[in-house]
Design a protein around this ligand. Structure first.
Ligand code: BES
Ligand code: MN
Ligand code: MN
Length: 461
């Protein structure tokens, strides 16, 4: 990267953070309909920022849900075209009482892992902070007259609720979204000393289950022992969905799972991992998972089943003796190549229904899903990303699959035929979706620098 560009980026640091802070103040919570106008405000904020860059077009596309922001600048047919994707919606901040600062009043604090400071706010890392690195990188290249790529931006407001309308948008606007590569900054690196490029994401199948017993809540003394308790039953059904080796017991669940080569498994083992630090960081006495696989394997190349929430009966203060009429749970299954979310959901419904005793009735309601994705490491774009990271971190990044899901990646490949580069800069310890989400200033700055240099390298081929 040339000196003048480096100087420009340095001079913009303060302003970049201030702008991001303003963006983070908008509670663009897509899951909660009360925040619908705030989500729109998030889109509008981005529109205003992109408009200030003097691109060719900046448009807001309405959907039956939250709006999609699209912008582009086409300079020359001889240049490579990059499509930036990100999401301006955020997860709900709950539980609020566990935040040390207000989730929508961004605050900079130092931590052990982020000695230079980190911005604490919902969306700081997932994904407003990371999306904004892309905007700032493009701005830097434009302002210094270094942009030698055609660029397109697509920013959605529904990633955290399943990207339903982006799927449709993608199919309806294939020409508009045409590009040579898609750059997504919505994943993590292993640590600030160990840069990684994400080369795989898990898919998702998500269901809500309802177990119904008696037609009303009953006295647990008068009826208890003679009438099925839906919570007891649901607990037992859930418990039976893993065997004692940590395998999911749904028949056919593993049928389509990719058999990863010994060579790739050996590579996964090379990534540095400290079990003691891992346990300490999240405060667990021990790890638990599928037998025969390492922690990184369990969270990348293996599928899982997890209860995300469970409720029913009396949960107020004190004791109420009640035999509840209903029990509920939300259950997610993370999928790996070549599992299909619809197939897995069907296997779940069939199995869950089949193991329900005749004393209760059950209902399964499927939610959003998404396909797993793997991205190539032998492309010009991957090499540009690798070179850019090597330059900024002073270390060559390792390719690594991640456990999270970004369903649109598989959709982009399927509908547009375009591969994505998953070059994120967060840390797994940044508490995305949790209280006290944050994004390191070091990560934010190095992200802007790396994306800038990625675009330069891509242009030179
Ligand atoms: N950015 C995350 C996904 C992610 C996080 C990938 C960390 C790799 C590392 C994304 O916003 C997300 O949370 N996705 C959801 C899926 C969606 C369908 C709700 C997820 O993974 O739970
Ligand atoms: Mn995200
Ligand atoms: Mn997320």
């Amino acid at each position: 990267m040339n000196e003048s560009l480096k100087q420009y980026l340095d001079s913009e640091k303060q302003k970049s953070v201030e702008e991001l802070i303003n963006f983070l103040k908008i509670p663009s919570i897509s899951a909660d309909s009360k925040y619908q106008s705030e989500v729109r405000r998030g889109a509008q904020w981005l529109m205003d920022k992109l408009t200030s860059l003097e691109l060719d077009t900046v448009d807001l596309y309405e959907t039956p849900g939250h709006p999609i922001v699209f912008a582009e600048k086409i300079i020359s047919p001889d240049y490579p075209t990059v499509l930036f994707y990100g999401h301006y919606d955020v997860q709900p901040p709950d539980p609020l009482n566990l935040w040390n600062t207000e989730p929508f009043n961004p605050t900079i604090n130092k931590t052990d892992i982020h000695p230079d400071g980190a911005i604490f706010a919902r969306g700081a890392c997932d994904d407003k902070g990371q999306l904004y690195m892309q905007v700032k990188a493009v701005e830097a290249l434009l302002k210094t007259d270094n942009l030698k790529c055609n660029i397109k931006f697509i920013y959605e407001g529904e990633e955290e609720i399943g990207s339903d309308h982006l799927d449709q948008f993608c199919m309806a606007h294939q020409d508009l979204l045409k590009s040579d590569v898609i750059l997504i900054c919505d994943t993590s690196i292993l640590s600030n000393d160990t840069p990684t490029i994400t080369t795989g994401l898990r898919g998702l199948s998500y269901v809500e289950v309802e177990v119904t017993g008696p037609n009303k809540d009953l006295h647990s003394g008068v009826y208890g022992g003679a009438v099925a308790n839906p919570i007891n039953i649901l607990s037992k059904m859930i418990a039976s969905m893993h065997d004692d080796k940590g395998k999911v017991t749904i028949p056919g669940f593993y049928d389509d799972v990719e058999v990863v080569s010994e060579q790739e498994r050996a590579l996964i083992q090379e990534a540095p991992f400290n079990l003691e630090e891992y346990k300490k960081e999240i405060g667990i006495p021990d790890i638990l998972g599928e037998e025969g696989y390492s922690t990184f394997e369990r969270t990348s190349i293996r599928p899982t089943l997890d209860v995300n929430g469970i409720w029913g009966g009396y949960i107020g203060e004190g004791a109420k003796t009640v035999l509840p009429a209903k029990a509920f749970a939300k259950i997610s299954m993370r999928l790996v190549p070549f599992q299909d979310p619809d197939t897995i959901t069907k296997l779940f419904v069939d199995y869950f229904t089949s193991i329900a005793p005749s004393s209760v009735s059950v209902e399964v309601r499927p939610h959003h899903g998404g396909r797993p994705a793997v991205t190539p490491i032998d492309s010009a774009a991957y090499r540009a990303a690798e070179a850019a990271m090597t330059e900024s971190f002073g270390k060559r990044p390792l390719p690594m699959r991640s456990g999270g899901s970004i369903p649109i990646v598989a959709m982009f490949k399927e509908v547009l035929g375009t591969d994505s580069i998953l070059m994120g800069f967060g840390l797994d310890s940044d508490s995305i979706h949790s209280p006290n989400e944050h994004f390191g200033l070091f990560n934010f700055y190095i992200g802007i620098e790396t994306i800038t240099s990625f675009l330069m390298k891509l242009a030179n081929k």
